[in-house]
Design a protein around this ligand. Sequence first.
Ligand code: GLU
Length: 446
Amino acid sequence: MTVTRFAPSPTGHLHVGNLRTALFNFLIARKSGGTFILRLDDTDPVRSRPEFADAIQRDLDWLGLGWDRLERQSERLELYGNAAEELRGLKRLYEAFETPTELALRRRKLLKMGRPPVYDRSALDLSEDERDRLRTERGQGVWRFLLEHERVEWEDGVLGQASIDASSVSDPVLIRQDGQVLYTLASAVDDVEMGITHVVRGSDHVTNTATQIQIIRTLGGAVPSFAHHSLLTGPQGEQLSKRLGTLALGDLRDSGVEPMALLSLMARLGSSDPVELRYSIEDLMEGFDITAFSASPTRFDVEDLRPLTARYLRGLSFDAVAADIDALGVPRRIARRFWEAVRENVGTRREMGEWWILFRDGAEPIVDAADRDFVAEAFALLPEFPFDTGTWSAWTAAVGERTGRKGRNLFMPLRKAISGRERGPEMADVMALLQKPPGLERRGSG
Ligand code: GLU
């Protein structure tokens, strides 16, 4: 059975980059009737915060990306301790005492000599006595995984045949001086213990993959298949990493982006398949194929979400928005007409409310100086309130006859005076939806 996981660290808010990872893992699991695990990588007790863990769950809920199991690494420390013990027993985990300054100096020296800045493993040469002395002088060391110097190869779901020469990588620290288990080990242990079959994550983890494959093999676990999707860039190909903070999912939600618009974009962006607006997660699953994604960076423009959201809203049936419309206080008997009138004119759900306020309370009229007399004359010809869908054509015909105006010259000043906007729903609908007779006096406290 397929088992995937989305494994964010609750050290910040989810952003569009994380969403790609979450969505891909979710779709792969759902498509095959498998299990999708939300794993909170919270082994860092200082940077991990409960409020971020809550926000992550809220964001996924909002998007409809439900998980079958929630796991927290902070509750699984014993497993990692046991795995570390096993690695020590196999002589694949060794203690090292270099200070960060010493390591930085060595790195610089190697770089100067034109050599890759790989840790030289000098800790392996320490005698028991030297280790004891260093421990007394410096406290506990860090624990490094002894990489086997081979080429680690795997068939990557996005990159194709991938490989890393392990000798080009420093033996990774798995346990810090203060005893904190690092993600590299915890993730490998969890992937085995949870029976993860597919690991989909950003291409910034490619090097980790080589290490984790070795750790998993050393521990005798089953190596999952890996797929590393490309990272998002801005619309001009610029790095997004610094801007990701401004692309938090919570902010997109607050700005009115619709979940299905966002998911529809993310499920195809960067793949060979066109972005198609989908109205349900089930539809999204159809045709989703991780191997269709390109390995090169994917351009993302947050502005694309606006037209997509508008298009999504426009396509919603009355039933899909009936509850929202009811909540606005729109009387039931005109609710359907209201939706038909505004659906083409809303960029976000919130804008439905703006239209309703306009119909309910009347607009702030816009009357250009040159049209002042014309509009006053036209308003004097308005029929008795309430209006219906025939009012606009009858009224404008009468106004046209009286004033001689035609076409845009006739209609636009009247639209602006009545709705306070240059664009909007059909005026026949606007007239029928007005809850008060329109007036030319300015509203508000002025
Ligand atoms: N906590 C890691 C991250 O957020 C998880 C990476 C992985 O999927 O293995 O980058």
